[in-house]
Design a protein around this ligand. Structure first.
Ligand SMILES: Nc1ncnc2c1ncn2[C@@H]1O[C@H](COP(=O)(O)OP(=O)(O)OP(=O)(O)O)[C@@H](O)[C@H]1O
Ligand SMILES: [Mg+2]
Length: 434
């Protein structure tokens, strides 16, 4: 197999010269003078790998992702140890400029192979329950896969994504309060607002925030510069019963969604897993892939970020409104989700459960409907319609555990989070997880 390669860098780079003379598995078919030229060449489909020497400092996660999307493996040459560290953080294969051409050719072959056979992601679709928060959070929370085991400090948190169809089923309410319950129970929690259609975590928690911490974190992650200190600096702290809940606020103006590219978001999740026991992500609702609408297949896709988050999460909650509009909508959305992310097993949560919308004994009515029309897997939790608590919480800009600690809605979400609430009594009506 001969690999056609494009290079970026002056002929002075020994390795590039050697690579050109090499009668091996790699053939340099194009020498580009700058990265923009490389992108154009990559899109033409004439090369399968790129070696970047001179402009390695300008490489970003988004650029690497664009090349990968075009089927072009990337290898960077750099001597500066700080730059090489950054390239490592971006998971860009790299070597010193003086690397032996034969070794470089082998690295290129390996990178091409790795691109063709991507490893399975870290997701364990079955999800994790936080039945015992103390035992569940932190390094013991999930069975670490090979990628996680490679984390240098050995610490690895879990990621929970909260998703659901359009119609305001209560994604933000669930995400905010799951995160708040876990934080108040003593876990280190990061809450990320990644809803590219209408960020609302900040307002739900009373934060007067215009800074879009997530967009800033994405910018740093794109450059391989998002370390623990930066993540902490960019997140806003919310005090909950003496504990800190960290929040990366979202983009308020929905036209800023392009700032949340999948490659950068993936970097943010890596940093989040490193520094928080639990990361809860409020996701956007839409899934449809819009390449068909776009001329340029390399153009960023709005919903690609949501798909990435759902794929990367350890647990996905799919939230729907428990009424005759919300349930069929959720069933359709779950069918789209199954197509978009095969193998994902979301945990279904029906919210705003009330007898006035589905009849007496709403839970058993809803179970019956789900058995007939819903996908397998059943319903994980029913959250009661509790307008008094939800409104009071929104009005005061605080979590339910502060505004309405004894409310049925708080009890149901706390139960889902595996947190015992003082008000819960044996024999009390079951409104939470099944
Ligand atoms: N169980 C509940 N009982 C009563 N009201 C609720 C309940 N859950 C959520 N709400 C209210 O429903 C509205 C929408 O909730 P939320 O913002 O969480 O939905 P969303 O799915 O995130 O919507 P959006 O599409 O705007 O992101 C809010 O006013 C919230 O207070
Ligand atoms: Mg929302």
């Amino acid at each position: 197999m001969n690999i056609p390669v494009a290079t970026v860098g002056a002929a002075t780079a020994d390795a590039l010269d050697g690579l050109e003379r090499l009668q091996g598995p790699v053939t340099v078919v194009r020498r580009c003078t700058e990265l923009t030229e490389l992108i154009a060449v990559s899109q033409s489909g004439t090369v399968r790998a790129a070696v970047v020497a001179d402009e390695a400092g300008d490489l970003t996660a988004a650029l690497a992702e664009r090349l990968a999307a075009a089927g072009v493996a990337l290898v960077a040459l750099a001597d500066d140890p700080v730059l090489r560290q950054r390239l490592d953080a971006l998971r860009i294969v790299n070597a010193p400029g003086g690397v032996h051409p034969g070794v470089l050719a082998e690295m290129i072959s390996a990178a091409v192979q790795a691109l063709e056979e991507p490893l399975d992601g870290p997701r364990t679709a079955a999800g994790n329950s936080f039945a015992d928060p103390a035992a569940s959070f932190g390094s013991g929370a999930a069975d670490p896969g090979p990628e996680e085991a490679a984390e240098p400090d050995g610490r690895r948190g879990t990621v929970t994504a909260v998703w659901g169809p359009a119609g305001a089923p209560g994604r933000t309410t669930l995400a905010v309060n799951l995160a708040a319950e876990a934080a108040a129970a003593g876990a280190e929690v990061l809450l990320i607002d990644a809803d590219t259609y209408g960020a609302s975590v900040a307002v739900s928690l009373g934060l007067l925030d215009e800074s879009a911490g997530l967009a800033q974190a994405c910018r740093l992650a794109d450059q391989g510069l998002l370390d623990d200190a930066a993540l902490r600096r960019l997140s806003t702290g919310v005090s909950l019963r003496g504990r800190r809940l960290s929040v990366l606020t979202g983009v308020i103006r929905s036209d800023r969604w392009v700032e949340l590219r999948p490659a950068a978001l993936s970097g943010v999740l890596t940093a989040a897993r490193r520094s928080a026991d639990l990361t809860v992500v409020d996701c956007g609702f839409s899934l449809e892939t819009d390449e068909e609408l776009s001329f340029d297949t390399m153009a960023p896709r709005r919903n690609a970020s949501t798909l990435l988050l759902l794929e990367a999460a350890d647990t996905v909650y799919a939230v729907g409104t428990a009424d005759s509009v919300g349930v069929p909508r959720l069933v359709r959305a779950l069918s789209d989700l199954a197509e978009a992310v095969p193998g994902l097993e979301p945990r279904v949560v029906l919210n705003k459960v009330r007898a006035s919308s589905v009849g007496r004994q709403p839970e058993s009515q809803l179970r019956g409907v789900w058995e007939r029309f819903g996908p397998g897997g059943g319903i994980t939790a029913f959250l009661p319609a509790d307008y008094a608590a939800a409104d009071a919480s929104l009005l005061s800009g605080t979590a339910l555990l502060e505004t309405a600690p004894g409310s049925p809605l708080r009890a149901a979400i706390a139960e889902l989070a595996g947190v015992q609430t003082p008000r819960r009594r044996r024999g009390a009506p079951r409104i939470g997880a099944k």
